[in-house]
Design a protein around this ligand. Structure first.
Ligand SMILES: *Cc1c(COP(=O)(O)O)cnc(C)c1O
Length: 385
């Protein structure tokens, strides 16, 4: 049987010809003409003051927290159920991640949990658009405003999603995007920081290039002014090769997302009556970018056995994402029971823009059979008990 991968990056001829242009230009490094054009394209698309193209979303989060002034010992409240990049970024700065539990129906951070965790050392909050589902930005912003906290949107998975008619990526004062190969728009590796305050973006851009401006720009200056290093920076620049690919990918978001939406709709239709799992719930005020399609298995189901069945038939699947607070490096006494439960029960099934109708049918048939074979529920005909 032909394999059905869990993820697949839709990169093709248009991206290749954009790369060919960069080769011909002789400037493959970062902060050149393609990088600047991408930044302008992103600032325009998201209607923000400035966009900084960087090497990945982890770097964008790191730069965001530095620009927002996070200091050692500060606490930053982070959504627990996510790829744990937000907690890593907090730790890069010697600050303390405080894990907030999530809503059971959406997997996004629960604003009540955030409100309960605010204390005298809290500097800000990082909300996550969980696998493409925007978090509750209206109540989160109200909490941030009430306590004078910053709010960062980790929109790594959410390119193309919306919340109350606004684009994910423009839902907080600073947002971080990922263009990793498993996200909805990709250059292999890549990221961006979007900011409503130009000073935040300026700080991030400077620290993304060892604390000096664009070397490409310097080469065009008449005379020989020698720039000075005034800050400790990093090399978090995005290459112009990646920027050229992303210019094409950003232009294709509508087309790629329409395909993902169609796959999600087909799963929802074919699995609507399946009692052994819960389908993803999308609240009325937002749309999903479907970076992943995660179903929550009934507690009577042996998830590992189902995953083994699917993989044996060439069908990609995974556990979805992580409960951060139980990871050894972050282990904290504070419990996030909803996140821990989703981490135990969620299953990600194939989701990408090139899945065919018949492939989705094959995934659904295999999943239904396997659920029955590996459930101890007596409610279900054919259950093991
Ligand atoms: C993938 C992901 C990241 C990390 O993105 P990179 O570009 O790989 O650094 C950060 N946050 C979330 C929520 C992610 O899913």
């Amino acid at each position: 049987m032909e394999p059905i991968p869990l993820v697949h990056a839709s990169l093709g001829e248009r991206e290749l010809s954009a790369v060919a242009e960069v080769f011909a230009s002789g400037w493959p490094a970062g902060q050149g003409p393609k990088g600047k054009a991408l930044e302008a394209q992103l600032a325009q698309k998201y209607q923000v003051a400035d966009a900084v193209a960087v090497s990945n979303c982890g770097a964008a989060l790191h730069l965001a927290l530095m620009a927002l002034g996070v200091k050692p010992g500060d606490e930053v409240i982070v959504a627990d159920y996510t790829f744990p990049a937000p907690a890593h970024a907090v730790r890069y700065l010697g600050a303390v991640p405080v894990f907030a539990d999530v809503r059971a129906d959406t997997g996004t951070v629960d604003p009540r949990a955030v409100a309960d965790l605010v204390g005298p050392r809290t500097a800000g909050v990082i909300a996550v658009d969980t696998v493409g589902m925007p978090a509750d930005y209206a109540p989160l912003q109200a909490i941030a405003d009430r306590h004078g906290l910053f709010l960062v949107e980790d929109a790594a998975c959410a390119v193309g999603a919306t919340y109350r008619g606004r684009e994910a990526g423009a839902l907080a004062e600073v947002a971080c995007l990922s263009f990793h190969g498993r996200k909805g728009a990709t250059s292999g590796e890549g990221g961006a920081l979007l900011a409503t305050d130009p000073a935040v973006a300026q700080d991030a851009r400077l620290r993304s290039s060892f604390g000096i401006g664009s070397i490409f720009d310097m080469g065009k200056v008449v005379g020989l002014p020698i720039p000075e290093f005034t800050e400790i920076g990093y090399n978090f620049k995005l290459s112009d090769i990646a920027a050229a690919i992303l210019q094409v990918q950003i232009g294709r978001i509508g087309e790629l997302l329409a395909r993902r939406n169609a796959v999600a709709a087909q799963y929802a239709e074919l699995l609507a009556d399946e009692e052994l799992l819960t389908l993803p719930h999308v609240p009325e005020d937002r749309t999903h970018a479907w970076q992943s399609y995660m179903v929550t298995l009934d507690s009577s189901v042996d998830r590992a056995a189902v995953a083994a069945d699917l993989r044996a038939q060439g069908i990609g699947c995974g556990h979805g994402t992580w409960a951060t607070h139980v990871q050894p490096v972050f282990k904290s006494g504070h419990a996030c029971p909803v996140s821990a439960d989703l981490f135990r029960r969620n299953l990600a099934i194939p989701m990408h823009a090139e899945l065919s109708v018949s492939q989705v049918e094959r995934v659904v048939d295999a999943l239904r059979d396997s659920l029955r074979a590996h459930s101890t529920s007596t409610r279900v005909l054919g259950g093991a008990a």
